[in-house]
Write a protein that binds this ligand. Structure first.
Ligand code: PAF
Length: 297
């Protein structure tokens, strides 16, 4: 079988990483692998990979026979053309990293492979989930994410799919899309990896200036400090304290900090015994916009 990649021996063993550019070839290959009884672990990415992505690949590797990682900077999820233009792209380094992390197949499609008839956005009802927090500041973003992830699932046909919890709202939306469209893949959320100073790992961190990078760990520090405020303050007061703490830095401006139900994403306006709470934040710098979240049990 010509799979468009290198070194894959079906019915035997995967010897090296395979790079696949065509959606049909990717689909044919995973169809064959699944027919042979192999489970497929899938890690969709937009490239500029870091240790957080490696942790997803490693988990996928431990739990599946074959690991597929896609690298596709999806234009339909960027509401700001400048952000799309500036998004870091480094496919050679990414492929080398994926190889050392043990991925078996890299799917590297062009936009016309993903959107052969032009980008037609998925028409499903995501409800208020796509309009709050990230959705309020990046209109259309989650519709674009749901569209591309649905298309990738159709092509790759994964048994298990791995997403970072750093993009907490994205994960909730993908879970909802999977239910609405009856996808059979199991969605697995993986913990956020942090730098030693607490900054959540992100492909956008490499766009920070030295001053912004020095200031950025305040975001997680402030969210963690909120744990001390919670027993004595209302949700609204905790939000105000966290914002004030971060904005002591001239390099950071909080766009939102919200306390939500981690499953429904509904706003928490009162503390209730036993109710877990997710704090979700977006912070503006003069460069990249940073998001993060943490759980308050
Ligand atoms: O989280 C990302 O990197 C992207 O939003 C995803 C899930 C790969 C879709 O383009």
């Amino acid at each position: 079988m010509n799979n468009g990649g290198k070194n894959l021996i079906l019915n035997n063993w995967v010897l090296d990483i395979n790079i696949i550019y065509h959606a049909q070839k990717m689909h044919d290959l995973t169809s064959q692998l699944k027919k042979d009884g192999r489970s497929i672990g899938f890690v969709p990415t937009m490239g500029a990979l870091h240790a957080g992505h490696v942790s997803l690949i490693e988990k996928a590797k431990a739990e599946n026979d074959i690991v597929v990682c896609s690298i596709f900077v999806n234009p339909t999820q960027f509401n700001d053309p400048k952000d799309l233009e500036n998004y870091p792209r480094m496919p050679e380094m990414d492929i080398a990293l994926l190889k050392s992390a043990g991925a078996d197949i890299v799917f590297l499609p062009t936009p016309s492979e993903i959107y052969p008839n032009g980008p037609q956005l998925l028409a499903i009802s995501l409800g208020f989930m796509e309009e709050i927090m990230e959705g309020a500041f990046r209109p259309g973003h989650f519709r674009g994410v749901a569209t591309v992830v649905n298309r990738l699932f159709e092509i790759v046909q994964p048994s298990n799919s791995y997403f970072g919890e750093k993009d907490f709202q994205q994960l909730a939306i993908i879970r909802k899309m999977v239910v609405l469209l009856n996808h059979t893949t199991t969605i697995i959320g993986c913990p956020t990896l942090r730098e030693s100073d607490g900054l959540a790992m992100s492909s956008r961190n490499m766009l920070l200036t030295t001053e912004q990078r020095k200031a950025a760990p305040l975001i997680y520090k402030a969210m963690e400090m909120a744990k001390e405020f919670i027993p004595h303050h209302s949700p609204a007061a905790v939000i105000a304290l966290v914002k004030r703490y971060i904005q002591k830095s001239p390099y950071l401006s909080v766009q939102y900090f919200e306390l939500v139900n981690p499953y429904t994403l509904e706003d928490i306006s009162n503390w209730e015994e036993g109710q877990p709470v997710q704090g979700c934040i977006a912070v503006l710098t003069e460069g990249p916009r940073l998001i993060d979240n943490t759980r308050y049990e």
